[in-house]
Design a binder for this molecule. Structure first.
Ligand code: ADP
Ligand code: MG
Ligand code: MG
Length: 487
């Protein structure tokens, strides 16, 4: 039986009160910058509405959030070391790049810059490490809370990790809603959360590392970005930290027209030198509709600017690397502390290579035999790309004899804790329904190959979706923003 946070606390509200709370929470969301551009924005680029969100916070065991946060610095370091291990990257990705042209293009940029010599040894990564709370095998519930809740990593995002801004505003909304609902929470139960400030601190440190007062931080953005408010949050936090930093926005198209790489590898946008390049674009094939975009990406990677992330860190964040890291002994190759390695491993679900060969054959057969226990993942970001359940059987049967299957990994399906909540999305019904959540932890890592300049855990994101939606993205239309109510 799933329950809502309010039900667990023994509070029941009339339909009238719920309708009133829904209205109030939307107002509070707008007041606190929990906002997005509408899906069909024919009005104007400055038109926003409240972002998809839950009415109530979701319950999260206090120890589970604490463990996810405690591991983040170690995950940051792990990813940094993976990204800087050429042999490991090559061994892990060689079969993928043969069949996945997007990954191949990224790989070509990486090897070109590597062969030329990367002029900028420092690299910034703003990470979001995503988990679900697995209750498979939990024997019972105590007061609506499963006896066993295990943190299971879904994926790690090393490029364009979003929603740090909106989650900075969201806990205010849920504290208010709980108060209005008659369940006053202690401030530690819905914790304060400032991930946008944390990410901004990473950008600031990178700008300082570049060490030229007049140089700018460049946000590389998509045209018609729905999630623009999330980026404005980071701009605001960056200016709060240091008024001297100049921030500019440009699409790949703008950069193609106005950026220039000098002989000494300094990058200029018009006549302004670029210190830091923060990509909120460039993580999916559709972001490179022509050679122009690929040329701009290469130009940026070849430059002296600090990239967030460098292309090798983007490659390290792929699902194939996640699957290779789950092999016995691989985490241990990068991190020394056995206790940390064990705790990181405890968060891994089963990961299986599908590469042509006998190991892959066995894993393909296993998935076809029992597809509902797996998720099939290509090397893609941004939601909406995975294959689930019976579709896996049909899809894999079609490519089982082809090299094409090297482009995918197979992951054990996680069955997360179900609660009940109202999902507030413009134009969608808002009945009480069964929902599941995904917890993201933000990390900042700035470093050269062997030198750490910054390594921090900076906050969290909770996203919640209907339990019968397979996929999870907010911009993709499935999930909503939520906050943890610690129990
Ligand atoms: P993307 O990079 O596109 O976000 P993800 O690996 O995060 O790819 O998958 C998208 C969504 O699919 C997740 O947000 C989650 O809701 C669901 N999902 C992914 N892997 C699993 C899994 N192993 N078990 C259950 N759901 C999963
Ligand atoms: Mg994801
Ligand atoms: Mg992702």
């Amino acid at each position: 039986m799933s329950a809502s946070a309010l039900e667990v606390f023994g509070v029941t509200l009339s339909e009238e009160r719920i309708a009133d709370l829904i209205q109030k929470s939307k107002q509070w969301a707008l007041l606190h910058g929990v906002a997005m551009r509408p899906q069909q924005n024919s009005v104007s680029a400055s038109c926003v509405e409240y972002a998809p969100m839950t009415l109530f916070p979701s319950l999260i065991p206090v120890g589970v959030l604490a463990e996810a946060k405690a591991l983040q610095q170690h995950f940051n370091l792990l990813m940094h070391r993976v990204a800087n291990d050429h042999v490991f990257l090559e061994q892990s990705l060689q079969n993928v790049i043969k069949v996945d042209s997007f990954m191949q293009r990224l790989w070509e940029i990486y090897t070109t810059v590597r062969q030329e010599g990367n002029p900028q040894p420092a690299s910034l990564t703003l990470i979001r490490n995503d988990f679900m709370l697995d209750v498979k095998g939990s024997c019972c519930e105590i007061k609506g809370i499963p006896a066993s809740v295990k943190l299971k990593q879904i994926e790690i995002n090393t490029i364009s990790a979003s929603f740090a801004g909106l989650s900075t505003g969201m806990w205010n909304v849920h504290r208010y809603v709980m108060m209005q609902a008659g369940k006053e929470t202690h401030p530690t139960q819905i914790p304060e959360n400032f991930p946008a400030q944390g990410l901004a601190a990473g950008l600031l440190k990178s700008w300082q590392h570049y060490n030229r007062e007049s140089a700018i931080v460049l946000f590389v953005i998509q045209s018609n970005e729905r999630n623009a408010v999330d980026q404005w949050w980071i701009e605001k936090e960056l200016l709060n930290l240091n008024r001297d930093v100049k921030i500019k926005y440009a699409t790949f198209q703008n950069a193609h027209e106005n950026c220039k790489l000098m002989d000494d590898r300094r990058l200029f946008l018009n006549d302004e030198e670029v210190a830091v390049i923060y990509y909120r674009d460039g993580y999916m094939p559709a972001h490179y509709p022509s050679e122009k975009e690929w040329n701009v990406r290469l130009m940026m990677e070849r430059s002296l600017a600090v990239k967030c992330p460098s292309v090798h860190m983007q490659l390290a964040g792929s699902k194939k690397i996640q699957q290779e890291l789950a092999r016995p002994g691989v985490v241990e190759r990068f991190l020394r502390d056995p206790d940390i390695c064990r705790r990181i491993r405890d968060t891994f679900a089963g990961q299986y290579s599908l590469d042509l060969g006998s190991e892959g054959d066995k894993n393909v057969a296993m998935a076809i035999d029992d597809p509902k226990h797996f998720v099939l993942k290509p090397q893609r970001e941004g939601g909406g790309n995975n294959i689930y359940g019976e579709d896996i059987r049909e899809f894999l049967s079609g490519i089982r004899l082809s090299e094409e299957r090297n482009a995918y990994v197979l992951m054990e399906r996680v069955f997360p804790w179900q609660q009940r909540n109202y999902l507030l999305k413009e134009g969608k019904p808002t009945n009480l329904r069964d929902v599941v959540s995904e917890l993201g932890i933000y990390g900042v890592y700035l470093g050269c190959d062997k030198k750490v300049l910054m390594n921090e855990e900076v906050g969290h994101l909770l996203r919640t979706k209907s339990h019968d939606d397979n996929e999870g993205g907010i911009v993709a239309g499935f999930a909503t923003i939520d906050t943890p109510l610690l129990v």
